[in-house]
Design a protein around this ligand. Structure first.
Ligand code: GLN
Length: 484
């Protein structure tokens, strides 16, 4: 039986469009029909831009007929709702921005558009990207396409679920402490977090500015490489972007990992790991060894401090970043008697419980008398964590580990226990503190049929090697070709 158009990978769809097998309008319609059919149960989208998508698709067909061949010409994609899109509502999963229409577009989205993308819509997220399940969305939770009673992971859970349920060919997400890799792992798709400074954060609504990075969720590694090539690179609007040239990632995906040294950190293979996750990751490492990689044990000794350091740094930065939502400049404004009440009521009613928790924590750790004990100390320990990685990368080319200790948990299971929720990010957070790059690649299923993710981590700007190893692994295994 031939595949429905929505089932194609991005690169296969692009080649078919190029051959004239079908039009971008037909492809887009197939995705929109799929959304209409499935999203009532999954709830991946906060906003579907159907009319805009069909108009963009028609324009793409027109451009193609005039000989244009841009790398995403006519390809329907989704964008996490923390990225500004001019003229299209951008809520950050928060009630405070329910009716916010940005006056400009994020650089990463702009680059996709310039490469010919068709925008299908904006995906659900934990409020301001704070969470690991999308249950902190101010609108509704997203459901995992593999088991609707379970979470898709977060905070880019809408993007993960949209790609996994084939309601988008790929999607953008953001990763501050794991928010691209975790949903990719729980939803059985590929999730790439680039190095800090590789992709412009301009137009990404800031959560933890020293940790945030835009990433991609895709059906396979080739699609992820292609998208990174489009969005990466220096941007005058973000002074933290690196001037380093963008390698031709797609062309550097060779099958060969022979001689690559892959480190297994002792601290990531610990008690509490779901046995099936451990087994699947060990089997993945055997596959990589079978392909010629050299596997060595390493140590990242400060791993146990990453979670507390993250929750000091991220909340401190969040408390400052979120001060701009004051009921005056953006979005929701309460109907209050005077300006002070208006600040209090707008924020009090507009923000959800988790966001308030983070703002309070962050304000506390930055306050006079506590700054040295908490924030400054956290920054010092952050340096030690970064040094762990730097020293590991003198011995190995890449590091392998599970993405998360378990597969997707049940909706509601952790909502009343923030600490249990925070633990889902145990293996993803250290990399953000170090500013390095990582990827989640499907590596099997547990007894319940839930996907498991293998995490590969690379040094700063090591994306080409990371993608090459992920691609070699993927091509040697069947996991990426199974769909919910
Ligand atoms: N779950 C982590 C948090 O809540 C990471 C979120 C993210 O990467 N945006 O902060």
């Amino acid at each position: 039986m031939s595949k429905a158009l929505y089932e194609l990978t991005l690169h296969a769809a692009w080649a078919a469009l190029q051959r004239g097998d079908f039009s971008a309008v037909e492809l887009t319609q197939s995705l929109l029909d799929r959304i209409a059919q499935v999203d009532g149960q999954v709830n991946a989208y906060l906003t579907v831009t159907a009319e805009l998508a069909l108009a963009q698709a028609a324009a793409a067909d027109d451009r193609r007929s005039r000989g244009e061949t841009a790398p995403l010409l006519g390809i329907p994609l989704a964008v996490k709702d923390v990225l500004c899109t001019e003229g299209v509502r951008t809520t950050c999963g928060s009630r405070i921005l329910e009716h916010f229409i940005p006056p400009y577009t994020a650089t990463a989205v702009h680059r996709l558009a310039a490469a010919g993308m068709v925008l299908l819509g904006k995906t659900n997220t934990d409020e301001f990207a704070m969470g690991s399940s999308t249950e902190n969305s101010g609108y509704f939770p997203t459901h995992n396409p593999w088991d609707l009673a379970r979470v898709p992971g977060g905070s880019s859970g809408g993007s993960g679920a949209a790609v996994a349920a084939q309601m988008a060919m790929a999607a953008l997400g953001s990763d501050t402490g794991g928010s691209v890799r975790l949903p990719a792992s729980y939803c059985g798709v590929v999730g790439l977090k680039p190095s800090y400074g590789r992709v412009s954060r301009y137009g990404l609504v800031a959560y933890g500015s020293s940790l945030d990075q835009i990433g991609v969720l895709a059906k396979d590694v080739r699609d992820a490489a292609l998208l990174l090539g489009v969005i990466a690179g220096q941007d005058p609007h973000d002074s933290t972007t690196m001037p380093a040239p963008v390698p031709p990632y797609s062309q550097l995906l060779s099958e060969d990992v022979r001689g690559l040294r892959i480190g297994l950190p002792d601290e990531y293979f610990v008690e509490g790991l779901q046995p099936e996750v451990n087994a699947a990751v060990q089997a993945a490492i055997d596959v990589l060894a079978g392909l010629g990689a050299e596997v060595v044990r390493i140590s990242l000794p400060n791993t146990d401090k990453a979670l507390p350091v993250y929750y000091l740094v991220a909340t401190a930065e969040a408390s400052a970043n979120l001060a701009r939502f004051d009921g005056v400049r953006y979005g929701f404004s309460a109907d209050s008697a005077n300006i002070l009440d208006n600040y209090r009521d707008s924020r009090g009613q507009g923000f959800g419980a988790e966001v308030k928790r983070r703002i309070m924590l962050g304000t506390y750790v930055l306050s006079a008398g506590y700054y040295d004990a908490y924030y400054l100390k956290a920054q010092q320990v952050r340096t030690l964590i970064k040094q762990d990685f730097e020293s590991a990368f003198t011995q190995v080319d890449l590091i392998a580990s599970p993405v998360a200790p378990t597969t997707a948990f049940r909706l509601g299971e952790k909502v009343d226990d923030p600490l249990a929720m925070y633990l889902s990010d145990l293996f993803t957070i250290p990399l953000n503190l170090a500013g390095m790059c990582g990827i989640s690649v499907p590596c099997g299923f547990d007894a319940q049929g839930l996907p498991i993710g293998l995490q590969l981590m690379g040094p700063h700007l090591g994306e080409a090697t990371l993608l090459r190893a992920a691609h070699a692994y993927e091509q040697a295994t069947p996991w990426h070709s199974r769909w919910a």
